[in-house]
Write a protein that binds this ligand. Sequence first.
Ligand code: UN1
Length: 484
Amino acid sequence: MSGVLLQQFIGGVWRDGRGDLLTSENPARPTEIVASGPAGTVEDVELAVRAASEATAAWAATPPHERGAILKRASAIVADAAPEWGRDLAREEGKTLAEGVGETRRAAQILEYFGNDADREAGSLFSSPRRGERILVTRRPLGTVALITPFNFPIAIPAWKIAPALAYGNTVVWKPAGPVPLLALRLAQALDEAGLPAGVLNLVFGEGEVGAALVGHPLVDGVSFTGSTAVGRSVAAAGAARGIPVQAELGGKNAAVVLADADLELAAGQVLAGAFNSSGQKCTATSRLVVADEIAADFGRLLAERADALVVGDPVVEGVQLGPVVSGRARDSILAGMAQAEQEGASALTSRELELTSDLADGYFVRPAVYELPTDGSFLWEQELFGPVLAMLTAKTVDEAFGLANEGGFGLSAAVFTNDLGLALDSIDRLQIGILHVNSETAGADPHVPFGGAKGSGLGPKEQGGAAREFYTSSTTVYLRGGA
Ligand code: UN1
């Protein structure tokens, strides 16, 4: 064993799991172990859910001001540690140092935001059609919630589930993704150090079996999941069978639409960021590009030149713009997707080969690629590869451009590049998505506004902002009269 020692956090105690060895490796240098320790088992899930369930009543009765104060203390701990934990994040997940530090700071902001929001409102008051009566709508926590988080935002996504869950009075059992346990450990440590009472947050490591035990546990009152559409639908089905609310944030195949009047320099920079930041491993990444016919050749060339010039390498080295993808399996499936697209006639506008130093020879690197497709309906137009691969089509009219962007089963985010206010307004009504960026990249999410998708990209209530309060609580409508 090497790297940081992993332990689970159950009932306020750091303890070894009873499962197989879990190791996280540096995807740029897979022989380097970042963290390791025993994973959890179904028995650990049992312990954790019981601990959470026992802590529920006292935590729900803790004034929101006090709950919020703990979150704000945790926020300060995370913010102070951001340079170090951001580096750990880049080593464990493969995004660049700047992205890792940025994401850790973002987690701190999310904790602060929900820490402040905890005491902001306690429901609403309505008038009554009857004399002497008022109608109140109050909110109660769900109870114990299970949170299942993905590898690609090892600290920000956990923060945006854990922070509102705790702020609004729920206890949590959290299962992070297998490849990124170290950042999970760090976030749980920050909340422990900030003074969270025992049992309020529980961390269990494991894979599908642990996740299924968690979702199916009779003492779990709600589930928030981020991951693939296939797994998310099975989580939602399991939740529905038990009659508990499920929030599922799923895949995306997000289009940037560059209209003829757009500022091409601006659009190229934003599309590049959307497609290749974090090696394209965001559910909000730009993986489709629709370009107006008359500017397509110029724009494609500009974008390909920039993609070919990206500095690929060890993500913790200053100046590197693109690191590896998370695992060998991810790399192989992205490469297989690129090969299939080429077989179906996709032609690469990018032309680089990867030139890596010998110490990175075994890393899970994928060359950034922009493909022009012969037609829609093809594999690369429909399927999410979750890698640094962008598929381009051209459109003769604005109608055709919006139509192409709407194709397929997903509907998370889109970007529209135009200076025409009328077209920007049209795009709001016509694009079937949950998040629209006008003249900015498809990725990004602020904590005070809802985040989530349409169609196959999401199920159940959205995350963050007021949507989070709604998901993590249930309301009671109170018809209130004096007794006289
Ligand atoms: C972002 O775009 O910054 O898994 C956040 C994901 C999304 C989060 C995206 N749930 O990529």
